[in-house]
Write a protein that binds this ligand. Structure first.
Ligand SMILES: *[C@@H]1O[C@H](CO)[C@@H](O)[C@H](O)[C@H]1NC(C)=O
Length: 204
């Protein structure tokens, strides 16, 4: 793997896919939201002052452009393949200026390399989007979409969306052996998951 760097090389990965609401197939397009770490970051960290970036070769050598994209991969990553299965274009990184207007309706990728379940995971990377911040961006995203298509349509879009959450590896690789007196990840994962789910079904 070209992407075997310290923040991307895991023995333990926590990954779940949550399908919310029932997908009727009648909708024009199902939205897709991605939260997590370098396994699913598709470029957010390129907009941040951090060492956890995939912005130089050999990253991207097998991507259609042959250039680094911010994905911690030689080519596509898992969210790209899921988007392809949905028949959709890849979601844009939330920090991309291109994520605007109609593009917002495809969904968004909030992931940031180096983060974990715990806030003190990845402290050495300084400027990364920790999971609580990814959820704040998700709230902001919903407000932006609401301004575009209205509250009800936004609620339908979010409730019918596919959500991918991939994090946990860095709590071992970039925390357990580095940060003294860290919190227990098992105690906080439930809070984070329930917050994500309650956000995505919140009423307007
Ligand atoms: C992380 O920090 C945020 C903001 O200070 C806080 O709201 C959240 O509860 C913290 N999460 C954990 C798991 O400690």
């Amino acid at each position: 793997m070209a992407s075997c760097m310290v923040f991307a090389c895991y023995n333990v990965v926590f990954g779940i896919v949550v399908a919310l609401g029932s997908f009727t197939g009648a909708e024009a397009q199902r939205a897709f939201f991605v939260f997590g770490d370098s396994l699913v970051d598709n470029g957010n960290n390129n907009y941040l002052a951090t060492a956890a970036r995939a912005d130089s070769p050999p990253y991207g050598i097998d991507y259609p452009s042959g250039r680094p994209t911010g994905r911690f991969s030689n080519g596509y990553n898992i969210p790209d393949f899921i988007s392809q299965e949905l028949g959709a274009e890849s979601t844009l990184p939330y920090l991309s200026p291109q994520l605007d207007g109609e593009k917002l309706l495809v969904g968004a990728n909030f992931a940031s390399a180096g983060i974990g379940i715990l806030n003190d995971t990845g402290i050495q990377f300084i400027n990364i989007i920790r999971i609580y911040r990814q959820l704040e961006y998700f709230e902001e995203y919903q407000q932006r979409v609401s301004a575009l298509i209205g509250d009800e349509a936004t609620e339908r879009l979010v409730n019918g969306a596919l959500i991918l959450i991939t994090l946990g590896g860095n709590d071992f690789v970039n925390n357990y052996y580095l940060v003294p007196f860290s919190q227990d990840p098992a105690n906080t994962i439930y809070q984070i998951m329930s917050r994500t789910l309650s956000l995505s079904i919140r009423r307007f």
